[in-house]
Design a protein around this ligand. Structure first.
Ligand SMILES: C[S@@+](CC[C@H](N)C(=O)[O-])C[C@H]1O[C@@H](n2cnc3c(N)ncnc32)[C@H](O)[C@@H]1O
Length: 317
C-alpha cells in the first residue's frame, strides 16, 4: 500500500470474503488500492479484480500501486451508483465478492487543494469526483440558513446545527470564509465544544462530515450501489461493506435485513402478496468492529463498522 492510507479491518474482510485462486472481485471504492492488493494476493495466481473509484486521482494512484498484478486488475473511474453497468461492461459478471470501503481516503484528506481537511488552505470543495456536482462552498452559497442547518443536522448529527449554519452564512456574507481552515475556525468560534469532545474531536468534525456527505450524495448513492452489488454477485458470492457513519451503517443494515426476508409487507400478512423473495443471508450476525490494537495503529479505523452477507441461489418456482 502506498504510504498514508492503511486499509481498515483488512483481515476481517479477507476472512469473510473467502477468496481463493481464480476468484473475481469488485472493489467499489478502490482508493489507493490497499484492500485491492490484499484481495488480489488472496486470489493468486489468477484471480481478477475490478477497482472503481469516483476520484480520478485515486484511480491513478491505484494504477501505480497495483501495477505488479498486470492484467489481473481492471480500473475504472466511475461512481458505484453505476456499479452493475460498469462491472458488466468490464466483463465482471456473477462475481465472487463485492467490497465497499466507504467515505474518504487519507490521500484525499491530505490533499489540501481538495478542502476536505480543517487545515486546508483552499476552498472547501469536498467532491470525490471533481468533474461533477457542486462543491461544498457552492452548496453553502446556494443554501438558506434553514437548509444548511438541515444538512448539518441530518448528515452530521450536529445538535447545534442552527447556530453553526447562521455563523457560516454570516461569515460568508462578510467575506471571512474563503478556505476550509476559515470554515473550521468559524464553526469552532460559533459553538462551545461539548466537554466529552474536548481533545477528542475537532469542533468542526460533524460540519465537515455533513457537507462532504451532502456534496457527494453519499447516502443516496449507497442504496443504489448496494442494489448494483446484488445484481453483480453470483449466488454464493459475498458482499462486504465498511461504513464510518451511523447513517451509512443504518442503510447497510436495513438493506441486508430487507433482502434477507421473503416477505417485506408490514405488518406481516397471513399469506404474502408482495412476492419479495430473500436474496441475501447475513454472514456476520452482528456488526464487526476493529480491535483496540487496530484503532491504536490506525485512528481512522475507530468508527469503522463491517457487515457481510452472502447472495442466495434464486428460489426454485
Ligand atoms: C476509504 S477510501 C477507500 C480506501 C481503499 N479501500 C484502500 O484501502 O486504499 C474510499 C474511496 O471511495 C471513493 N468513493 C466514495 N464514494 C464513492 C462512490 N459513490 N463511487 C465510487 N467511489 C467512491 C473515494 O473517492 C475514496 O477513494
Amino acid at each position: 500500500m502506498g504510504e498514508g492510507h492503511l486499509p481498515v479491518l483488512v483481515d476481517e474482510v479477507l476472512s469473510s470474503l473467502a477468496l481463493g485462486p481464480g476468484s473475481s472481485a469488485v472493489d467499489c471504492t478502490v482508493g489507493g488500492g490497499g484492500h485491492a492488493e490484499r484481495l488480489l494476493e488472496a486470489s493468486s495466481p489468477d484471480g481478477r479484480l475490478l477497482g472503481i473509484d469516483a476520484d480520478q486521482a485515486a484511480v491513478a494512484e491505484a494504477h501505480r500501486f497495483l501495477d505488479r498484478f498486470g492484467d489481473r486488475v481492471v480500473l475504472r473511474h466511475a461512481n458505484f451508483a453505476q456499479l452493475h453497468e460498469t462491472a458488466r461492461d468490464a466483463g465482471f459478471i456473477d462475481v465472487d465478492a463485492v467490497l465497499f470501503d466507504l467515505g474518504l481516503s487519507s490521500y484525499q484528506l491530505a490533499d489540501s487543494a481538495r478542502g476536505f481537511g480543517f487545515a486546508a488552505d483552499a476552498p472547501p470543495d469536498m467532491r470525490f469526483d471533481e468533474d461533477r456536482g457542486v462543491s461544498a462552498l457552492d452548496l453553502i452559497d446556494g443554501s438558506s440558513e434553514r437548509e444548511l442547518a438541515g444538512i448539518l443536522a441530518t448528515f452530521g448529527e450536529e445538535r447545534r446545527a442552527g447556530r453553526i449554519a447562521k455563523a457560516i452564512l454570516a461569515a460568508r456574507a462578510e467575506g471571512r470564509l474563503m478556505t476550509a481552515t476559515d470554515l473550521a475556525g468559524v464553526v469552532a468560534a460559533a459553538v462551545p465544544q461539548p466537554r466529552a469532545d474536548i481533545g477528542r474531536i475537532h469542533p468542526a468534525t460533524r460540519t465537515f462530515q455533513a457537507l462532504r456527505i451532502a456534496v457527494n450524495r453519499e447516502l443516496d448513492v449507497l442504496g443504489v450501489g448496494l442494489e448494483g452489488a446484488l445484481a453483480t454477485l453470483r449466488p454464493g458470492g459475498r458482499l462486504a461493506v465498511i461504513s464510518y457513519h451511523s447513517g451509512e451503517d443504518r442503510i447497510v443494515k436495513r438493506f441486508i435485513a430487507r433482502e434477507s426476508r421473503d416477505c417485506i409487507e408490514q405488518p406481516l400478512p397471513p399469506a404474502c402478496t408482495c412476492g419479495h423473495r430473500a436474496q441475501l443471508r447475513p454472514v456476520t450476525k452482528r456488526v464487526v468492529k476493529p480491535s483496540p490494537g487496530e484503532i491504536h495503529r490506525n485512528r481512522r479505523a475507530r468508527s469503522a463498522r463491517l457487515r457481510v452477507a452472502e447472495k442466495l441461489a434464486p428460489a426454485s418456482a
